[in-house]
Design a protein around this ligand. Structure first.
Ligand code: CA
Length: 435
C-alpha cells in the first residue's frame, strides 16, 4: 500500500505565502489602487467646469511620458490616471501625450486593414471623464509599411509608402472620435478636435513633410470639418519656407515651441493668418533629476513667463516638464502655482498691459473682475512703491511665487493704489481688484 508522506506544515504555509504574493497580491494592490484613484476621481470631477468651458482654457501640459505599451497593462493605466488627475488638479485642461506613440499609425493598424482602438479608446474615454481635451500628435511610423526605416525626425515620423492606407487610417481615426454619431467610439461624450502632425519636423519643409501635412490635413478634415489641425512645431527660421509652400492653407492653428522670440508673435500671427499655440513651453531636460529647488525655479518661471506669452497673443500653452508630473514631488509647488495662476487668469476676456517705473503690469480682465500680475521687481530700483491706476476700491495683493501665497489689502484713493514691493521678498505679485 502506497504511503503518502505527510508534508510538514511549514512547507504548506510557505507555499501559500509564495503563491499569494506572486499571483494574488499584485491584483489586490491594483484593485486597491483603482479604488483609491476612482474615489479621488469622484472628488475631482465634482468641481470641474464643463467640457465646453475647459475647451476655452489657455492651459495645457505634456503628459503620459513614455506610457505606450504599458497602457495595455493595468499598472500602466493606473499611472496614466494618476498623471491625468495631477494635470487636472493643476488646472491643465489640455493634455498632450508626449513623447508617446499612442496615436501612431503602426500602433493602431498593426496589421494592414485592421484597426485596434483598444488603447486610444481607453485614453479618450478617460480624458473625457475629466472634461479635458487631448492634443493628439499623429505619427506615421508603421513597420509593415516602412520595411526600411528612414525616420526623418525623432519619434515615429516616417514617410508613408502606402499613402492610401495611411490616409484611410487617419480619416478613420478622426471619424471615430468626432462625435457626429457615425462610426463613433461607444461612449464618446464630445469631439476630439485637436490634431498635430508630428513633432518638430526639422528642416524638412522642402521634402516629404509638405505632402504629409497636406494629406493629413485633408484626411482629418474629410472626416471632421470642425477639426483643428496644426503643423508639428516649427522653428521661426523655417517660417519663410513654410509660407513659400503655401502650407498656411493646411493648418487651422500655427504650432510652435517657446524657442520663438516672443516679440515676433504678433507678426507671426499676421503672416499666418492663424492663431498661435505653444505645444511646449519651459521645456525641462528629460534626464534631469528634480528637486525642491528646481521645482521652485520652474514654478517661478511659469508665473513670470505665462502672462507675457498670453499677452503677446499665444492662445494655448503646454507646460513641458517631462520629469515633473504635477504634484508628485515634495510640496507640490508647481501644481500649486500652476493652479493658482490658472484659477485667476484663465478664461479672460482681454489682457491690458501697463508699464510703470520699468515694471510691467498685466491686467487679465474677466467680466467685471481684474487680476493683475507684475513682472519681476527690479532690485536696481531704489524705491519700493508704485502708484497703480485702478477703478477698484480695494486691491488684494498676493505673493505669486510662494507656496503660502501670503496676501494683504490695499485701499485705493482717487483712482490710484500704492503697491509696496518692500512688504515681501517675492519678486512677483498678483493683485486682485475688488469693488
Ligand atoms: Ca464619427
Amino acid at each position: 500500500m502506497l504511503k503518502v508522506k505527510k508534508v510538514p506544515k511549514m512547507y504548506v504555509i510557505t507555499a501559500v505565502i509564495v503563491l499569494f504574493s506572486t499571483f494574488l497580491l499584485p491584483h489586490v494592490i491594483q484593485s486597491f489602487e483603482w479604488w483609491s484613484l476612482e474615489s479621488q476621481g469622484q472628488k475631482i470631477r465634482a468641481s470641474l467646469p464643463s467640457w465646453e468651458q475647459t475647451e476655452k482654457s489657455h492651459f495645457g501640459t505634456l503628459t503620459f511620458m513614455s506610457l505606450d505599451d504599458e497602457l495595455e497593462t493595468q499598472a500602466g493605466r493606473v499611472q496614466f490616471v494618476k498623471e491625468l488627475q495631477g494635470a487636472i488638479q493643476a488646472g491643465a485642461f489640455f493634455v498632450r501625450p508626449h513623447p508617446s506613440k499612442i496615436f501612431t499609425w503602426g500602433f493602431i493598424e498593426k496589421e494592414k486593414g485592421k484597426y485596434d482602438w483598444t488603447v486610444t479608446d481607453f485614453v479618450v474615454r478617460t480624458v473625457q471623464e475629466y472634461n479635458a481635451h487631448l492634443l493628439v500628435t499623429i505619427y506615421t511610423w508603421n513597420p509593415w509599411d516602412q520595411k526600411e526605416s528612414v525616420i526623418f525626425n525623432p519619434w515615429y515620423l516616417e514617410e508613408p509608402r502606402d499613402w492610401e492606407s495611411y490616409v484611410a487610417w487617419l480619416s478613420a481615426l478622426a471619424e471615430r472620435y468626432d462625435g457626429d454619431g457615425v462610426n463613433d467610439m461607444p461612449g464618446l461624450r464630445y469631439p476630439v478636435r485637436y490634431f498635430e502632425i508630428g513633432n518638430e519636423p526639422r528642416g524638412v519643409y522642402q521634402g516629404c513633410y509638405i505632402r504629409l501635412l497636406k494629406s493629413s490635413y485633408d484626411a482629418i478634415k474629410r472626416a471632421n470639418p470642425e477639426a483643428v489641425v496644426m503643423n508639428g512645431a516649427l522653428r521661426y527660421e523655417d517660417v519663410d519656407g513654410f509660407l513659400n509652400e503655401g502650407l498656411e492653407n493646411y493648418i487651422d492653428v500655427f504650432n510652435t515651441h517657446d524657442d520663438v522670440n516672443l516679440s515676433n508673435i504678433p507678426t507671426l500671427k499676421a503672416r499666418m493668418g492663424k492663431p498661435v499655440w505653444f505645444s511646449e513651453i519651459l521645456p525641462g531636460d528629460p534626464g534631469e533629476e528634480m528637486n525642491r529647488e528646481k521645482e521652485y525655479g520652474v514654478s517661478k518661471r511659469v508665473v513670470e513667463v505665462y502672462p507675457v506669452v498670453l499677452s503677446m497673443g499665444v492662445e494655448k500653452v503646454f507646460l513641458a516638464q517631462p520629469k515633473l508630473t504635477f504634484g508628485r514631488y515634495g510640496e507640490g509647488i508647481l501644481m500649486s502655482t500652476h493652479c493658482f495662476l490658472q484659477e485667476r487668469i484663465d478664461f479672460f476676456d482681454r489682457i491690458e498691459t501697463l508699464t510703470l517705473n520699468t515694471i510691467t503690469f498685466y491686467r487679465f480682465v474677466r467680466g467685471d473682475n481684474g487680476f493683475i500680475i507684475t513682472s519681476e521687481w527690479p532690485h536696481s530700483l531704489s524705491r519700493c512703491e508704485i502708484n497703480l491706476p485702478t477703478n477698484a476700491s480695494t486691491l488684494i495683493v498676493t505673493e505669486a511665487t510662494k507656496l503660502e501665497h501670503r496676501s494683504w489689502n490695499v485701499q485705493a484713493q482717487g483712482g490710484y493704489a500704492v503697491i509696496d514691493f518692500c512688504l515681501t521678498d517675492d519678486p512677483i505679485l498678483m493683485i486682485e481688484e475688488v469693488g
